[in-house]
Design a protein around this ligand. Structure first.
Ligand code: ATP
Length: 316
């Protein structure tokens, strides 16, 4: 365990721990303890400091238990890090020397990414950030629709497990009541014509929702009013993902199109589509059998393929 993990675990009992006790326990000075607490706070953990009592954390989130996750994955190697730049970046490196799927997860990302280099915000030991990587992925079915399949997987697990109204937003977001719960970043490495490594990156706000300017954001904990067991959720998500990615590889998106339809947050809504700086208004009409978005623009049905496209509700 690194010092962030040890400190977080110690403070997680909800009791106060004095700087002196922590310093003795860790074999460091009290000023080092102070800077370790600062470091946790900089990563989004709310620590109370009370003079004469010490430090405590009462958020209720716990570190991930990678053994439990590994045990549930029937042989898929799982790698756990206290902090990484991004789980996709680390998985990309690990996948170079592997010939079977693997999981990379972390308590924190220093350079979490969304599409187009956007930032994915995280809070230490509160949310889920992971990459399921598949080396030698045979994409004879093409990749269109894959991020939709990942979205369906997350939405279904969240709906079944927590009875929350999680929905999907084309092509890569999860929403609850139009607030963003999770994001998906599918990347590939290698030659598009042959076999390559597929990286499915997922970020889910489980026990904390970051403040994001100009956007409604939610977390599972804020929806449910309670802190959740991230380990159990991650294990469930990865096994559902394994099953659905296999089904997608074997059958294509067509077998998922009805499932998407039931979960589509924007179907029938007035939307604005931004593509390369151009905004088009229309009515979202769901997706076709390959996951392509159907947009009714002044009575003409347009097909919108994935890529650098952003969809927003048209509130104007
Ligand atoms: P959009 O969500 O605007 O349609 P996108 O799907 O391309 O765009 P992503 O790449 O999935 O977005 O995620 C990056 C964006 O998500 C950021 O620009 C920010 O607005 C938002 N964001 C960043 N971190 C979080 C988070 N933890 N929870 C919810 N939203 C976040």
């Amino acid at each position: 365990m690194d010092k962030d993990q040890r400190l977080f675990e110690l403070l997680s009992d909800g009791e106060f721990h004095s700087g002196e006790v922590i310093a003795n326990l860790f074999g460091v000075t009290r000023s080092r303890v102070w800077s370790l607490v600062n470091s946790l706070e900089e990563k989004g953990v709310v620590v109370s400091r009370v003079r004469g009592k010490g430090y405590r954390y009462r958020g209720g989130s716990a570190l991930l238990n990678i053994e439990t996750i590994s045990d549930s994955l029937s042989g898929t190697p799982a790698y756990y890090f206290p902090s990484v730049t991004s789980t996709n970046d680390v998985a990309k490196e690990y996948a170079k020397s592997m010939n079977r799927p693997l999981l990379v997860t972390s308590e924190y990302q220093t350079g979490g990414r969304g599409r187009r280099g956007r930032v994915w915000a995280s809070c230490y030991a509160h949310n889920l950030m992971f990459t399921y990587a598949i080396p030698n992925f045979n994409a004879s079915q093409g990749l269109g629709g894959l991020s939709l399949v990942v979205g369906i997987t997350i939405a279904e697990v969240v709906r079944n497990k927590y009875k929350l109204d999680a929905k999907v937003k084309w092509p890569n977001d999860l929403l609850i009541n139009y607030a963003k719960l999770a994001g998906i970043l599918v990347e590939i490495q290698g030659d598009m014509d042959g076999l390559y490594t597929l990286l499915i990156g997922v970020g889910i706000n489980v026990n904390e929702k970051p403040d994001i300017e100009d956007r409604a954001v939610t977390s599972l904990a804020s929806e449910l009013g309670t802190t959740l067991d991230r380990t159990a959720l991650l294990a469930e998500l990865v096994s559902a993902l394994q099953e659905n990615v296999k089904l997608f590889q074997d059958e294509g998106f067509i077998v998922f199109s009805e499932r998407w339809d039931c979960l589509d947050a924007f179907k029938g809504m007035d939307v604005q589509l931004e593509q390369a700086g151009v905004i088009t208004s229309g009515v979202a009409c769901g997706v076709d059998d390959s996951g392509v978005l159907l947009l009714n623009v002044n009575g003409q049905m347009q097909q919108v393929h994935g890529g650098e496209v952003t969809l927003r509700l048209n509130n104007g």
